[in-house]
Write a protein that binds this ligand. Structure first.
Ligand code: ATP
Ligand code: MG
Length: 506
């Protein structure tokens, strides 16, 4: 492969795509060389996923479009399968493995090695194991997929792509559910594939990753190419400017107000096997961060506060009074809001409109008075549409048709519309572009300054350090540290989230 290092494996020219009411791409272009990592950047709704789905045969471009040239020949794949067979592999955020089958079966699904009439299990498992070992992966070929963490499942998808003879690998926001360590193993794999001449298209909103892994950066804005850079020759500001047309000065504004009276206190909350002896408190005008690895139990603790899980023991005090939160409705009555990390599961009704989704959390109250106040709902929608810069053709658009980041903004809008006194945000900026991220951070600070108590869960260290007044660290279901002011340092927090880990291993 090294002899064609400077050749293009892929060229897309003048690609257009119109959805009802939306021009998703106009004149988009992309060039990718063998053995190159191309970062694809742009605001939420800029057209990144659409461009890649056209390449991968999910849907066709508009008729009046230019060419797609792959390995020197014009192509237009009619189905994802056709693209896959030709060597164009797309790994989506929502992974597509068959959960009840083994890793090996998943990798060779549709082309299982046979011995006469029977599957040749030995060859199957050996070939798979070799492929996994080559990627430096600890996964065993016979493991059942459903028992594995997301990061491993993603690795299996990549291994499957390689086994299929991938020439182009597309990763659409691959690290959004990965820990730092998992991200590093993914990057190792990317470097390996690169050295084998595979062209990689890497979509991400995490700017540090883009600078770490990419050779070139392509920026889309409103479906048009606005930047095509060699990564080593540019700065973060160049990318941001090309993405949103201006630079950003303050990514992490902090709430500057003095904390008021206690809003919530939790004492020795325990849910067997999930979290143990969890005690913490939060006051008005305070942003409290919960930092820990994915899987540390952060989400489960917050779900308990919101009445989704029932603890075995422990007490919850709201405004100084011992309270029982048996359901989400109890939580709502106590003026609590909860932006969940899983927007498709708990956050949104994807086949309903943006308008309906924004008004969703208010329904118990709206129902109480017997009718839905459409005018009020529309006012709410418009208010948050502007505040969060939601990119949607209109209030009636189905949420499922919005880009990933814009769906997340609708979830946040839905909860803000309730005017909560305590707002819990679980990974609120996952999949959100840098510009909107800064807006959401600003909004969090403003909310706190206006009197709200805000709890933020995040796996992103710079984010949690930047916006929190106080931070609790969590590891394996236990609070391992509490930091404020100058104690909030990277080193302190890293140490605190690995404490129980080493204790357990020892
Ligand atoms: N199936 C669809 N029907 C209607 N509109 C769609 C559909 N798919 C995408 N769109 C619209 O096309 C535009 C581009 O969306 P796309 O998903 O490509 O954005 P993106 O750059 O991937 O954003 P994000 O960073 O949020 O994932 C958006 O305005 C989106 O709402
Ligand atoms: Mg996308």
């Amino acid at each position: 492969m090294s002899d064609n290092k400077n050749e293009y494996v892929l060229k897309m020219e003048n690609i257009n795509k119109t959805f009802p009411g939306v021009k998703a791409l106009s004149g988009a272009r992309l060039e990718l060389k063998y053995g190159e990592v191309l970062a694809l950047c742009g605001e939420n709704g800029a057209g990144k996923s659409t461009l890649m789905q056209i390449l991968a045969g999910v849907f066709p471009p508009d008729k009046e479009s230019g060419e797609i040239v792959y390995q020197g020949k014009p192509v237009q794949f009619k189905t994802p399968n056709e693209a896959k067979k030709a060597g164009i592999i797309m790994v989506y955020q929502e992974l597509s493995l068959v959960k009840d089958l083994s890793v090996a079966e998943n990798i060779f699904l549709g082309s299982l090695p046979m011995k006469g009439k029977h599957v040749d299990w030995k060859t199957l498992n050996q070939t798979t194991q070799k492929a996994l070992d080559e990627l430096g992966s600890p996964i065993r070929a016979q493991q059942i997929v459903s028992s594995m963490p997301i990061a491993y499942q993603q690795m299996v998808e990549i291994a499957r792509g390689i086994a299929l003879g991938a020439k182009v690998l597309i990763l659409d926001e691959p690290t959004s559910s990965l820990t730092e360590k998992e991200k590093n193993s993914l990057f190792k794999i990317i470097r390996l594939l690169k050295s084998r001449g595979i062209g990689i298209i890497y979509i991400s909103h995490k700017m540090d990753e883009i600078f770490e892994i990419s050779d070139r950066v392509l920026v889309l804005r409103d479906g048009q190419p606005t930047g095509n850079f060699v990564t080593s020759e540019i700065t973060l500001d160049d990318v941001i400017k090309s993405m949103i047309g201006r630079t950003l000065d303050n990514y992490y504004p902090k709430c500057q107000a003095k904390a008021g009276k206690e809003v919530l206190r939790v004492e020795k909350l325990t849910l067997s096997g999930i979290y143990k002896d969890v005690s913490f408190s939060i006051r008005e005008r305070e942003v409290v961060g919960f930092y820990g690895l994915v899987g540390a139990g952060r989400t489960e603790i917050m779900e308990t506060l919101f009445g989704i899980r029932k603890p075995d023991s422990g007490d919850i005090y709201i405004n100084g009074e011992k309270s029982r939160i048996a359901s989400s409705l109890d939580a709502l009555k106590n003026n609590m809001g909860f932006v969940t990390e899983n927007r498709r599961g708990q956050g949104l009704v994807v086949d309903k409109s943006c308008l309906e989704n924004v008004s969703l959390a208010m329904l118990p109250w709206i129902k109480k008075y017997g009718m839905v106040d459409n005018k009020k709902c529309l006012e709410l929608y418009n208010e948050y549409h502007d505040k969060l810069r939601i990119s949607s053709p209109g209030p009636e658009q189905r949420v499922g048709f919005l880009s990933g980041g814009n769906q997340q903004k609708v979830v946040i809008a839905k909860w803000l519309a309730l005017n909560p006194k305590l707002l819990i945000l679980d990974e609120p900026t996952r999949g959100i572009d840098v510009g909107s991220k800064a807006e959401i951070h600003k909004l969090i600070a403003q909310l706190a300054e206006s009197g709200v108590a805000v709890i933020v869960i995040s796996s992103e260290m710079p984010e949690i350090m930047g916006i929190s007044n106080r931070i609790y660290t969590i590891a394996q279901g236990q609070i391992t540290g509490e930091f404020s002011g100058l104690e909030i340092t990277e080193e302190n927090m890293m140490r605190a989230i690995t404490i129980t880990d080493s204790r357990k291993e020892a």
